[in-house]
Design a protein around this ligand. Sequence first.
Ligand code: SAM
Length: 260
Amino acid sequence: NGSLTCIGTGITLAGQITTLSKNYLEQAERVFGILPDKLSEDWVKSINPSYKSLQYLYAEGKSRRQTYQDMTEVVCQSVREGNKVVLALYGHPGIFACVGHFAIERLKTEGYPAQMLPGVSADACLYADLGIDPGTTGCQAYEATQFLFSGVPLNTSAYTILWQIGLAGEHTLKTLKTTQENLKATVRILNKWYPLQHEMILYEAPFIPVQKPRIDTFMLKELPQIDISTISTLVIPPLTGLKLDKGALDEFGLDISDFG
Ligand code: SAM
């Protein structure tokens, strides 16, 4: 009987997969994957030789929406054929990654067992490498283009994480890079919330254990000059931390002086 388990292989090769996910990977009858490079693919293949990459479904000029539907269908079809399938995605399989979610939803409506196991995501690496605890001020995260196009307000007392900054403003869904013009527009939008001198960080976790993370600090106005890739994540530290609010404390019968 067919089933699906979506696992995350983590970001850094070989060391960041959970023991549980590795067990599923070893025992799968079919493994499909979207992994960042050949080394990771070879490593997954060494654990389960049935591994097949889904990267071939990407094509320049083809909408990514269609690519994700095609990937979902390949995975679901293998489950329908009766296979115990593992879908291996890098990082966490359900964070800024839709194919696992799509496949699980589709298979469940068709009555097949389907589950997702958590993995080590890029932001999990980021908290460790940058020494940030998202609990100190709170943290908001957006897909960069969705943030830029939606006009939502930012909470500048919290950390802001913009995923896929390398695709900022890319609305065609047909190419995998942004432009200087888009980055200049990004600066104008972020400047509604942060001064042009505000320091931010471009972060890239290493895919290979011997590499060091990329941690580049620069000012908001310099963003269009920064070398940004498809694996870059933008981290914007808060302008202010959390402050006590008198009206909120009133609700608890407390006063600012109660906090020394
Ligand atoms: N599922 C992945 C995870 O759990 O980290 C995220 C995949 S999402 C499609 C791609 C985005 O994740 C990139 O644009 C970037 O924001 C972030 N990302 C992926 N690899 C990264 C890395 N090595 N370092 C920093 N951010 C990374």
